[in-house]
Design a protein around this ligand. Structure first.
Ligand code: NAD
Length: 303
């Protein structure tokens, strides 16, 4: 039987599909050494974003044919190393778009209205109706960096809130943006004109730290930045300085340069709220991502 190694939590329906084609071993929370050992005789490896499928892991996996990523971003997989060894990488690009877009809206509202801070205060037994005055989304400009699947879902929802949308995405045709009622601008203009900025680009060498000191300096004093894409897109040191000095209003972060964050100073600031990489963590997205990837693996194995 084919050995299928699953190293991140996977939806039960996906496991059932995989069990039809092989022996499934579920081993989550592995150390690097344990992963190197376990992957040796696996023909299939299934991960989410937690497992780092490095060149070393791939080169150690003597029998590996397929890597399944139950989700979108494949930046935790060394694609060059996989390609060199003829390993097929499959993912589920559409499965979590709505979930991530909904979390983005949630974080925007939470940051605009200080919902987490007010909840914590309420639970401390306080009744402080003055400290948490917020701002509306209505009538504000939302700058979307990356107008792909998730960016477009966010745009739709933000339009329903009465927001004006601008976007930076050099790869999206103007006609597509126009048909969505969105104005395409360059990154500097987006930083200058937006009240809210949300990131929805993949992490690549080109996009790493695309929001740094220079871009933050262009932002409005009241700007709120939301990141449900990847931590490395923002230079966290520059963001920390800006938030500490109240150069911008707030940040709402689902992702961090280092996950889980270790002594990240951003998490000491009152104007930072966040979630532990929960963008795709819904029943619907997990079920869909898992089963789509499992079906693709089944197809590859059956040739
Ligand atoms: P997508 O590929 O549909 O869209 C990405 C968009 O970014 C594309 O339109 C592309 O043209 C644009 N882009 C690429 N490089 C760019 C650049 N240098 N400058 C500006 N735009 C650029 O991807 P998606 O499905 O919308 O997902 C976006 C990202 O969200 C993923 O890469 C992933 O990292 C992240 N994500 C996070 C979670 C989470 O749990 N928080 C879940 C799913 C996806």
């Amino acid at each position: 039987m084919v050995k299928i190694l699953v190293t991140d939590p996977l939806h039960e329906d996906a496991i059932k599909i995989l069990e039809e084609v092989g022996d499934v071993e579920i081993a989550t929370g592995l150390s690097k050494e344990e992963l190197l050992e376990k992957v040796k005789d696996a023909e299939v490896l299934v991960v989410r974003s937690g497992t780092k499928v490095t060149r070393e892991v791939i080169e150690n996996a003597e029998k590996l044919k397929v890597i399944g990523r139950a989700g979108v971003g494949v930046d935790n997989i060394d694609l060059d190393a996989a390609t060199e060894k003829g390993i097929i990488v499959v993912n589920a690009p559409d499965a979590s778009s709505i979930s991530v877009a909904e979390l983005t809206m949630g974080l925007m509202l939470a940051a605009a209205r200080n919902i987490p801070q007010a909840t914590a205060s309420l639970k401390r037994g306080e009744w402080d109706r003055k400290s948490f005055k917020g701002i509306e989304l209505y009538g504000k400009t939302l700058g979307i960096v990356g107008l792909g699947r998730i960016g477009q879902q966010v745009a739709k929802r933000a339009q329903a809130f009465g927001m004006n949308i601008i976007a930076y995405d050099p790869y999206i045709p103007e006609e597509v943006a126009n048909s969505l009622g969105i104005k395409l601008v360059d990154l500097n203009t987006l930083c200058k004109e937006s009240d809210f900025i949300t990131l929805h680009v993949p992490l690549t060498p080109k996009t790493k730290h695309m929001i740094g000191k220079e871009q933050i300096n262009l932002m409005k004093k009241n700007a709120i930045i939301v990141n449900c894409a990847r931590g490395g897109l923002i230079d966290e040191k520059a963001l920390y300085e800006a938030l500490k000095e109240k150069k911008i209003r707030a940040a709402a972060l689902d992702v961090f340069e280092e996950e889980p964050p270790k002594d990240n100073p951003l998490l000491t600031l009152d104007n930072v709220i966040g979630t532990p990489h929960q963008g795709a963590s819904t029943e619907e997205a997990q079920k869909s991502a898992g089963t789509i990837v499992a079906e693709q693996i089944k197809k590859v194995l059956k040739g």
